[in-house]
Design a protein around this ligand. Structure first.
Ligand SMILES: Nc1nc2c(c(=O)[nH]1)N[C@H]1C(S)=C(S)[C@@H](COP(=O)(O)O)O[C@H]1N2
Ligand SMILES: [Mo]
Length: 454
């Protein structure tokens, strides 16, 4: 047993306090009176490091020998390969990249909650590591009582838990220029994820500092090297904004903004400042570089749209999708995800004949506002080449457009908010590729695909 206990400060604790138990565990069980506990932690002290996630050939049969020992962290089966995929620069050592995006493996996921370690990432200057004990959030500007909050202060407020998607406004952006046939769901649409978030409603903080009349906007600023900042209108803050510190039952991960981030359900990801350090109330938008140089949308007539906050309605089939292989003709269940930044998905239709006919998919529970919804659709594949696609509608009546319709309206200078219908080609051999951006003449003639979807 290690003698680390000698290095520990004396912690006076009551026997039933949760906090004290945690401290006891950290203390290596070296506190008088904790006999059972100290056995546990003694065993803990001898634990091997977490098992590597590498494929060790199992004994045959698997039950003929003892299994792997207990580990401190869970592992994925070595037979399951699901990973994020980085994009953002040509460095030979991409793991050192700090500005770019890491795409969630949508084609390998199911349900609606994204495992936290596979949540997409979009960083302007790397993942910032912050000591929560030192962290402070300043709230000032047009308020009666400017305040500096510690994380303990923030956590004292009554909390709320909600399930919402996050999506980068650049997600699916390859749709404007046209993806290559091997562009997967991950690389095309993987800048979105859904989590259960816990934190404090923004209205609570606003009451606490006394936001003044006329303070119609607030600036939110991050503690990362980019000091990312964006203006948010008061109406959104009063509607459903939260400061979140819990993600899927544990403290929010550093990649998502530990110890505190702004959550604006349904709005473009860049507004949801991570590593939040400052909130300033003012009478108008602050026009930071993020809302003048970036995150504006150039229209064909030379004008630009600004403050395009809501992420529109989107859906895609995740199985089968590009890179998959449909094993054989016969019965298969198509499934995918749909979501809307305006509200709740009310329906998803699926076409298995290039958009010539559509049928309703089943929405699987739970169907939540501003969250991913899983849908499924039974399909008997006759073995001929098929273009399959999904089309979602929400409770505001917005339906996903065909790609050509979107391009007609937005032109090709647009970068963000691509939400057109995603067609996948299932070829006669079962191989699935991305049909978007291909010309109809390059696709097998049996698919009878209409150009508007390509
Ligand atoms: N402080 C800070 N906040 C930030 C960013 C950043 O780089 N720094 N990136 C923004 C962008 S562009 C997006 S899409 C989301 C991504 O959130 P995620 O990395 O948790 O998925 O965070 C936003 N908040
Ligand atoms: Mo983003």
């Amino acid at each position: 047993m290690s003698d680390d206990r000698n290095l520990l400060p004396h912690i006076p604790v009551g026997p039933n306090s949760l906090l004290s138990r945690r401290r006891l565990l950290q203390a290596g069980g070296a506190v008088a009176g904790g006999l059972a506990l100290s056995r546990i932690t003694r065993a803990g002290a001898q634990q091997p490091p977490p098992a590597p996630n590498e494929l060790v050939p199992p004994p045959d049969p698997p039950w003929s020998a003892q299994g792997q020992p207990f580990t401190t962290q869970g592992i994925r089966s070595p037979y399951v390969e699901i990973q994020r995929a980085y994009s953002g620069g040509d460095s030979p050592n991409v793991t050192r990249q700090t500005a770019g995006s890491n795409f969630a493996p949508l084609q390998d996921l199911d349900g609606i909650i994204t495992p936290s370690d596979l949540h997409f990432q979009r960083n302007h200057s790397g993942t910032t590591i912050i000591d929560p004990a030192e962290h402070q959030v300043l709230v000032h500007g047009m308020v009666d009582r400017p305040k500096v909050y510690s994380m303990d202060d923030i956590k004292r407020f009554p909390r709320r838990t909600e399930i919402h998607f996050l999506e980068c406004s650049g997600n699916s952006g390859a749709g404007y220029s046209g993806p290559s046939p091997d562009t997967t769901a991950q690389l095309m649409h993987g800048l979105t994820s859904t989590s259960e978030w816990g934190g404090v409603p923004m209205t609570t903080i606003m009451q606490d500092v006394g936001v003044q009349e006329g303070a119609e906007w607030a600036l939110f600023e991050g503690a990362d090297a980019s000091r990312m900042d964006r203006s948010v209108p008061r109406s959104k803050l009063e509607d459903d904004a939260m400061l979140v510190y819990i993600q899927n039952g544990e403290p929010i991960r550093p990649e998502q903004g530990f110890p505190l981030r702004l959550l604006l359900p349904g709005w473009e990801g860049n507004t949801q400042i991570k590593w939040l350090r400052r909130i300033e109330f003012g009478s108008g938008p602050f026009y930071t570089k993020e809302e003048t140089r970036h995150y504006t949308d150039a229209l064909p007539d030379g004008q630009s749209r600004q403050f395009t906050y809501e992420m529109e309605v989107k859906s895609l089939i995740t199985w089968p999708s590009a890179g998959h292989q449909v094993p054989a003709p016969g019965f298969w269940e198509i499934n995918g995800i749909a979501w809307s930044g305006f509200g709740t998905i009310t329906g998803v239709e699926v076409s298995v004949d290039g958009g010539n006919s559509w049928g309703p998919a089943e929405l699987m529970q739970p169907v939540l506002p501003k969250a991913h919804v899983r849908f499924r659709f039974p399909w008997v594949w006759d073995g001929t080449p098929r273009v399959i696609m999904s089309r979602a509608t929400d409770d505001t009546g917005y339906t996903q457009p065909a790609r050509q319709r979107l391009l007609d309206i937005r032109g090709t200078q647009y970068i963000y908010h691509f939400d057109a219908i995603q067609p996948w080609l299932v070829d006669a051999d079962g191989a699935v590729t991305n049909a978007m951006g291909q010309s109809a003449s390059d696709l097998p003639s049996d698919t009878q695909i209409s150009e508007e979807y390509l």
